[in-house]
Design a protein. Structure first.
Ligand SMILES: [Zn+2]
Length: 268
């Protein structure tokens, strides 16, 4: 049972790219009452096995969050400013037109960002952005560097260590050491990190690529992971945007409007 003294335990999931196998993920989440944020590039919507605009509207109507993932999934750190602006702000406009509501969260293609990219994401009006850092289980983080806990992907143990060293996330590395030493596979790592968050409080955030889950046939592992973290009495289940709302509250949340009139009209 949640108590006044126990720090909050938050669970979130997010799913990247434009594959319509995201709809299968959404079914699994819905069946378990779990939240999800889907980060979608906008350039191929409706083509082949890619999400269509009506898929995105259906996901949104079913309580899932749609987040922006650029227009064409280019590595943002490699772009000149005009193209960077177009990729970051353009996809927000397109998704908002499709959904008829504001899109507040962003996700960096391949997890690549720098100070200039963050500045553009902030300027475009996003509340925060998800990275591809894993093994995070804390309560708070810089909103434009939103980390995750575990990826639905069969990484080798050394990949986890490399990921954290590359990101300079030494405290996460030290904290995760016991889990990495006993590491067997991503599913078992996800469970033990969830157990830790359940005990100590913090955030447990699963992310993955639906197309990859389909390609590697990870469905039964994903189901087992989702079963493990769902329907827990003491857990607060939030999508990425709701977590960012807690980490990075807007001035308008206190009654002051900072959203421009053009954006406001799209919300209505
Ligand atoms: Zn991606």
């Amino acid at each position: 049972m949640p108590s006044a003294t126990h720090p909050p335990v938050i669970v979130s999931t997010s799913w990247d790219d434009d594959s319509a196998s995201g709809l299968k993920i959404a079914e699994l989440l819905s069946a378990r009452g779990l939240p999800g944020t889907f980060y979608v590039p906008t350039w191929r919507l409706g083509e082949g096995s890619v999400f269509s605009g009506s898929d995105l509207r259906a996901l949104s109507a079913n309580g899932f969050e749609i987040g922006a993932h650029t227009i064409s999934h280019k590595i943002l750190t490699e772009l000149e400013l005009p193209e960077l602006t177009r990729e970051v702000a353009g996809c927000k406009r397109i998704l908002q037109q499709i959904l008829g509501k504001e899109v507040t969260t962003f996700c960096y293609p391949k997890g690549r960002f720098n100070a200039r990219v963050v500045q553009e994401v902030e300027r475009a009006g996003y509340r925060g952005a998800r990275s591809t850092q894993i093994l995070f289980s804390g309560a708070t983080f810089p909103p434009y560097e939103m980390p995750t806990t575990v990826q639905a992907y069969p990484h080798h143990r050394s990949n986890y260590v490399r990921n954290l060293i590359r990101l300079g996330a030494i405290s996460a590395l030290v904290k995760s050491m016991p889990d990495l030493i006993s590491f067997d596979n991503w599913l078992q790592l996800g469970k033990s990190l969830f157990d830790r968050v359940l005990r100590d409080g913090g955030t447990w955030h699963l992310y993955g690529h639906p197309w990859e889950i389909e390609k590697l046939n990870l469905w039964s592992q994903v189901k087992e992971m989702l079963d493990y973290v769902s329907r827990r009495e003491s857990v607060i289940y939030l999508n990425n945007g709701e977590i960012l709302g807690r980490v990075n509250p807007r001035r308008e949340d206190d009654g002051e409007k900072i959203v421009g009139s053009r954006e406001r009209s799209l919300v209505n």
